[in-house]
Write a protein that binds this ligand. Structure first.
Ligand SMILES: Cc1ncc(COP(=O)(O)OP(=O)(O)O)c(N)n1
Ligand SMILES: Cc1nc(C(=O)O)sc1CCOP(=O)(O)O
Ligand SMILES: [Mg+2]
Length: 204
């Protein structure tokens, strides 16, 4: 499936609890979100598979891919469009072997060494960050700022998306640094109107 990293929504079950996950994602897509990642650190695999299947049905025909965070089993069982893994998650090779050549596979990168070691031939994109400190990820790595983002993005042969503490007002600096888009949790999840929150990014 073709993909567009411009505005990548990463979900958070807690922050979406008020409006509900599906309604939040639906509104955000109406507002211009181009990728969705289902991320839930606490749910069982079974619950996540159910959620992923619902989101996949909702996104059908929209051109917005559904990516699963961390859990290869959930990505496979839900026939999601891809998987996002971090440095300590399932190996990219195993993810590619399991999900096949058409899956969209992303890897988190925080340092130049990680970028050098990344199996680019097996990947579709990289997530670069955190740009800023954020309360949305426990024990996140050292923030890289826009300078670090520019260094990594310019050294990167793959499409890249910036993540970590980003708001609509940062879109221009992210693009100037050379990343293809922004990935956000709290700037959309838990906002009173996720559609308007997403639109704010596209208005930049
Ligand atoms: C687009 C994107 N980039 C980076 C991450 C972070 O992945 P990871 O380092 O595995 O951390 P967790 O999200 O699993 O806590 C991401 N999820 N998405
Ligand atoms: C899930 C995640 N990964 C990061 C990384 O640096 O790899 S930062 C992050 C949290 C992003 O949430 P918010 O947009 O609310 O800051
Ligand atoms: Mg992870």
């Amino acid at each position: 499936m073709p993909f567009d990293l411009s505005l990548y929504l990463v979900t958070d079950a807690g922050l979406c609890a008020g409006m509900g996950l599906e309604k939040t994602v639906e509104a955000a897509v109406q507002g211009g979100v181009t990728m969705v990642q289902l991320r839930d650190k606490h749910a069982s695999d079974e619950h996540m598979i159910t959620q992923a299947k619902r989101l996949k049905a909702m996104l059908a025909g929209s051109g917005v891919p559904l990516i699963i965070n961390d859990r290869l089993k959930v990505a496979l069982a839900s026939q999601a469009d891809g998987l996002h893994v971090g440095q300590s998650d399932t190996a990219v090779q195993e993810a590619r072997n399991t999900l096949g050549q058409h899956a969209i596979i992303g890897l988190s990168i925080n340092t130049s060494d990680q970028l050098l070691a990344a199996p680019v031939e097996l990947l579709n994109y990289v997530g670069l960050g955190p740009v800023f400190a954020t309360g949305s990820k426990q024990d996140h790595a050292q923030p890289i700022g826009f300078d670090g983002l520019a260094r990594l993005a310019s050294a990167c042969q793959l499409p890249s998306v910036a993540i970590g503490g980003l708001k609509a007002e940062h879109v221009a600096q992210v693009k100037a640094a050379g990343a293809n888009g922004v990935a956000v949790i709290s700037a959309i999840c838990g906002q009173p109107d996720p559609r308007l929150a997403a639109q704010a990014f596209n208005a930049q």
